[in-house]
Design a protein around this ligand. Structure first.
Ligand code: FMN
Length: 402
């Protein structure tokens, strides 16, 4: 009897405008982020982008599957990758009202260098894997908008060509190598090209377990050897910074590297030294002790170790340990103006973006990178206006909470 009554009720509902109301009520109740199904949309030009994720969607479509995997991968089950984004959600913003923010400026200074914006282009290697113009497109975009670019030593374009395209020196990022003669040659070359800062990346001294890269690569039926030479070190031979070197001797194993590597660097070059890949107070203190000019908080965009800890969470302890003695930079997971603002409020001097600008590069080349930078600058300016901060120096811990 109860079943029959229920059936009758459902039949009544189906024929009734009440069903619409019921469905609408349910939609409201379920109006969480997960329940909202966005329409599929691929932007056709950079101008259509609403946020940087619009470029991600296009990049995913246009890149070879394995290249997309290389760009996207984290480690293990991508715990750190996810943690990088989650960390932003645990920090809220505290807007300050009634401040005249009719003129917001992003101008700032980092390592004695005047910058139009605290947003930097992180070192991302092999950019021709994402667009035929490679790092030159990123450099031209950085020039148009006046952003600082950090060039990887495993770039697809040479530092000389990138500096020419940028129109100003870039910072040079160096992966350490046990083969000191290789490091030495690169340092000399970077300095002669005009670089004034070397960024030593120290977070890949052990291997990283990039499962997602493997999953995308095995789903790619292209013949990789058609573009990539075969052999374990053959790809290095295609990297301009290794030109003329015995790349087979480029020993990537730096598992024995210790802090005295900084002394070697210091003795070798007059460039300022930034240490990239620091995530703990202890290491931050060591960076200062061993004479680093800046500390760069990064977990390599979740590609180094499966710590499961967001970069923003590491930033607080690093800032506390450094205690204003040297500038602190940060990257990993930054996708929005609010993300950047939160890091600045926690004490970072500058914030680098990695995948966000590479999505722009992959999708549209130089104009894509320009639009990503433009959008992030505009978003940062907007949130500064909302928080009552007219200048980067006005941003502080009073603007955030947990
Ligand atoms: C495809 C790819 C290549 C990278 N290559 C380098 C590199 O050559 N040197 C380096 O220090 N970091 C490299 N990184 C790490 C970035 O410098 C940066 O730490 C990271 O991308 C920041 O995280 P995000 O991508 O979430 O913004 C690379 C990252 C990606 C995604």
């Amino acid at each position: 009897m109860e079943v029959l009554a229920r059936r009758q009720f459902l039949r009544f509902l189906a024929a009734s405008p009440l069903l619409g109301l019921t469905a609408a009520g349910r939609l409201l109740a379920e109006e969480t982020l997960d329940a909202i199904q966005l329409p599929e949309y691929l932007i056709k030009s950079p101008a259509d982008a609403l946020d940087v994720f619009d470029f991600h969607n296009v990049a995913k479509q246009v890149l070879p599957t394995s290249h997309y995997g290389y760009l996207t991968t984290g480690t293990d089950g991508n715990e750190t990758l996810a943690a990088n984004r989650d960390a932003f959600e645990r920090v809220y913003l505290r807007p300050m009202r009634m401040v005249d923010t009719s003129n917001v400026s992003l101008d700032t200074v980092c390592l004695d260098q005047s910058l139009n914006s605290p947003i930097l282009l992180a070192p991302v290697g092999s950019q021709k894997a994402f667009h035929a113009d490679g790092e030159l497109a990123s450099a031209r975009a950085a020039k148009t908008l006046g952003h600082l670019q950090i060039l990887s030593n495993v770039s697809s374009n040479s530092i000389e060509d990138v500096i020419a395209a940028r129109g100003e020196p870039v910072w040079f990022q160096l992966y350490p190598t046990n083969n000191w003669s290789i490091a030495k040659t690169m340092l000399r070359r970077a300095q002669e090209a005009g670089a004034q800062v070397v960024v030593l990346t120290v977070d890949l001294n052990s291997e990283s377990n990039r499962v997602l890269l493997g999953q995308f690569s095995r789903a790619d039926d292209r013949d990789c050897n058609a573009c990539h030479a075969a052999g374990p070190d053959a790809w290095l031979a295609t990297k301009p910074m290794y030109a003329g070197m015995d790349s087979a001797a480029a020993d990537w194993d730096t598992s024995g590297m210790t802090w005295d590597y900084l002394d070697r660097l210091r003795n070798e070059t007059s460039m300022k030294i930034v240490i990239k890949g620091i995530v703990t107070a202890e290491d931050a203190a060591s960076c200062v002790k061993y004479g680093a000019d800046a500390v760069y908080v990064s977990n390599h965009g979740g590609r180094a170790e499966a710590s499961g800890r967001g970069s923003l969470d590491s930033l607080s302890e690093v800032v506390a340990a450094v205690d204003g003695r040297v500038p602190v930079l940060v990257d990993s997971g930054f996708r929005r103006g609010t993300d950047i603002f939160k890091a600045l409020a926690m004490g970072a001097s500058a914030v680098s973006i990695g995948r966000a600008y590479i999505w722009g590069l992959a999708a549209f080349g130089q104009p894509g990178v320009e639009k990503v930078l433009e959008m992030l600058n505009a978003e940062l300016s907007m949130v500064m206006g909302q928080m009552g901060a007219r200048a980067i120096a006005d941003i502080g811990p009073q603007h955030i909470g947990r």
